[in-house]
Design a protein around this ligand. Structure first.
Ligand SMILES: Cc1cc2nc3c(=O)[nH]c(=O)nc-3n(C[C@H](O)[C@H](O)[C@H](O)COP(=O)(O)O)c2cc1C
Length: 336
């Protein structure tokens, strides 16, 4: 029987419990990807709050990616020193940390955003190289792993989606072809940064006409599982569902995560609307899901894992209002 608070080892990562901080973009990095005291303070607080594993906010692999503002970046060796400081302060609390590697969108040198269908094979290979080199930098900075962001209609999520990718070559058409870019990134990371935990965050459903439905998403996940990816975090478009409360609408991607964990050997991380001890324990009891991932509850209270463990509370006070998306540093408006 799995418990929330018990040590667990997943793909080489040693966690003190099954709670994960899901990637949460702070929006405060400099244009060149530089990070300052505000970012260090956020991660210092998180790492002291009792969480088992931290996944950073999305970290762009490209210097000219301007899909969102204030993105962290790992496109340049000069950034390694700053990110090493971030890793160090998290490690001081005995918490492993994974860098979420992302590309919001692909921009040509002239600044034009180009979607998967219109890209040349050389451009696809450039993106693959950017992900692999960012992973090498992440390893140099001391990160325990990387998570490839294949969810939320970020670039790779659009690439694997039949609603967006209409290529007719080896990178389009079948699930195998649409997933090829992710597989090649994964293999490249294995080759050039051996020993890193490599995870992927995926859409269990694109929720758009012609996009990945559950079956299509399962095909992509199984390809990654067959490649030996170390973990898959199950999400979906419409990632942060509003209005979730303890006992109301929790664990909204659980059915897909349950199926994925049952049909593959890959360790599955469930994210999305986990708010109560009861539902979290139920997920562990009734599925083969290994880890439980939280974003908004930790914006509401970074100490939530400690408080849950000590019995000081059973539920998160997060009301899933999503105001955090529009505040400075994505802080919680009603935070204690
Ligand atoms: C302010 C904010 C920033 C987020 N940034 C990211 C991100 O950088 N990468 C990502 O994959 N998901 C991001 N998410 C989505 C969360 O990781 C998570 O999947 C989603 O909020 C559902 O989990 P929750 O109910 O625990 O918040 C963000 C969510 C919020 C609220």
């Amino acid at each position: 029987m799995k418990r929330i608070f018990e040590p667990v080892e997943i793909g080489g990562l040693k966690l003190k419990n099954r709670l994960v901080r899901s990637a949460t973009w702070e929006g405060i990095a400099a244009d060149d990807g530089g990070i300052d005291e505000r970012t260090f303070a956020i991660y210092d607080e998180l790492s002291r709050g009792g969480i088992g594993l931290i996944i950073t906010g999305f970290t762009s692999v490209a210097g000219n990616d301007r899909y969102f503002g204030g993105m962290m970046r790992l496109h340049d060796d000069a950034l390694v020193v700053q990110y090493a400081r971030l890793v160090d302060l998290i490690h001081q609390q005995g918490v492993p940390v994974v860098a979420q590697l992302a590309l919001g969108a692909f921009y040509r040198e002239d600044g034009r955003q180009t979607e998967p269908t219109g890209m040349t094979v050389e451009e696809i290979e450039l993106v693959e190289r950017q992900f692999i080199e960012a992973a090498v930098r992440a390893q140099a900075a001391g990160f325990d792993g990387v998570q490839i962001h294949v969810a939320h209609y970020f670039f790779l999520s659009r690439f694997v989606s039949p609603a967006v990718n209409h290529r007719t070559d080896a990178y389009g058409g079948s699930a195998e072809n649409r997933a090829r870019i992710v597989v090649e990134i994964l293999r490249g990371i294995r080759r050039e940064a051996p020993g890193l935990h490599v995870s992927a965050k995926v859409n269990s459903d694109d929720f758009v006409p012609g996009g990945l439905n559950r079956q299509g998403a399962m095909e992509i996940c199984k390809i990654l599982a067959d490649e030996g990816i170390d973990s898959i975090e199950v999400s979906g478009n419409g990632t942060s569902v509003a209005g979730v409360r303890p006992g109301r609408g929790e664990a909204y991607f659980e059915p897909f995560a349950k199926q994925l964990a049952a049909e593959t050997d890959v360790p599955v991380i469930l994210v999305g609307g986990l708010r109560s001890r009861e539902v979290m324990q139920n997920v562990l009891d009734e599925t083969d899901v290994e880890l439980l991932s939280l974003s908004r509850p930790l914006l509401f209270d970074p100490e939530f894992p400690h408080k849950l463990e000590s019995g000081e509370c059973d539920d998160s006070g997060c009301v899933s209002c999503n105001a955090c998306y529009s505040t400075s540093e994505h802080r919680c408006r009603i935070r204690r």
